[in-house]
Design a protein around this ligand. Structure first.
Ligand code: SF4
Length: 330
């Protein structure tokens, strides 16, 4: 069943592959591993629709890994603004520098894994898609398809099952991308389109009549909540910004000044407030008028150049809107 399932999957992929800016045509290896790597890093936790225009802009600015390696870190952070998960931007830059130092990307999964910020998934994706290695990169789409095919409740066995499906010597690039596409377009989290699926014959979840039950959903934990203060220090058409410490959440990004966040709501009279959901906690950021002398004055009409992450951009917008309105109650 495995070999024929792979054949059917690849046949379907050749006819229905999604056209994406970082993709080669089915059967062809990309000419540039930099593009594959960049797209894979950008796509972690971010949708294809959100990534596509940012990917194009990034490549226009830094068309090669050497160009990216030579860019100032702050410029990379600013270009990354709004994509979230800012540790990725730091790792991206560190990795580009290492690749430039090595004289190019390593070609094996094991060597790619040694690069800064390159985990198991990215290493497998670049090895398979850019270099045609016999490995499968398992993202959430691939995980779901494989879990359903074999009616697996947990995810632990997914990588081994996926690897066992890959015909030896065929290269994992198209196979990985075919599984990703199937998960994104047919084997969707909700309401999978099983009648259109090339893997329907032999799919255990389909045979059971309960495809959506696989993989089992993890029990959701309550997210902790925190509060933060952002000082709103404005002078004419400029606002005071700082750079956050290099390590930690939003590390190295531009921000409004303010103390560390914690669990207790501060007793302040905010000008405005924004709620933001991070992966591990939610945050109410209270924007409070105050004097501040750290950092620099940023013209409000050139905020884009500062590269504020979404949280602080929303805080600035909320403060500007509130200045035109009656004050919030504490
Ligand atoms: S038959 Fe349905 S559940 Fe099985 S892989 Fe295809 S779309 Fe997913």
């Amino acid at each position: 069943m495995h070999a024929s399932a792979a054949d059917r999957l690849l046949h379907h992929y050749r006819q229905h592959a999604r056209e994406l800016p970082w993709r080669s045509r089915p059967g062809e290896l990309p000419t540039d591993p930099y593009r594959v790597w960049l797209s894979e890093v950008m796509l972690q936790q971010t949708t294809v629709a959100a990534v596509a225009p940012r990917y194009a802009r990034f490549l226009e600015r830094w068309p090669t890994v050497e160009a990216l390696a030579a860019a100032p870190e702050e410029a990379v952070f600013a270009e990354w603004a709004g994509l979230g998960y800012y540790a990725r931007a730091r790792n991206l830059h560190a990795c580009a520098r290492e690749v430039a130092r090595l004289g190019g990307f390593p070609t094996t999964e094991a060597e790619l894994r040694k690069l800064p910020g390159v985990g198991a998934y990215t290493a497998a994706a670049v090895a398979a898609i850019a270099f045609g290695a016999d490995c499968v990169a398992v993202d959430t789409n691939v995980e779901r398809v494989i879990a359903r095919l074999f009616a697996l409740s947990g995810k632990a066995d997914v990588p081994a099952r996926a690897a066992a499906m890959l015909p030896v010597g065929s290269g994992g690039g198209d196979f990985t991308q075919a599984l990703m596409d199937l998960g994104a377009t047919i084997c969707r989290p909700k309401a999978p389109d099983c009648p259109s699926c090339p893997l329907r014959d032999g799919c255990q979840a389909y045979a059971l009549g309960t495809p959506e039950a696989f993989p089992a959903r993890p029990i959701k934990r309550q997210r902790p909540h925190r509060f933060g203060i952002a000082w709103w220090c404005r002078q004419g058409d400029e606002v005071r910004l700082v750079r956050r410490p290099a390590r930690g959440l939003l590390g190295g990004m531009a921000a409004l000044p303010g103390p560390e966040w914690n669990e207790a709501r501060p007793a302040v009279q905010p000008l405005a407030a924004v709620r933001h959901i991070f992966t591990h906690f939610s945050l109410d950021l209270l924007v409070v008028e105050a004097a501040a002398d750290d950092g620099w004055w940023q013209p409000l009409d050139r905020l884009d150049e500062a590269g504020l992450p979404t949280l602080y951009r929303r805080a600035v917008d909320a403060a500007l809107a509130a200045e035109r309105q009656p004050r919030l109650a504490a």
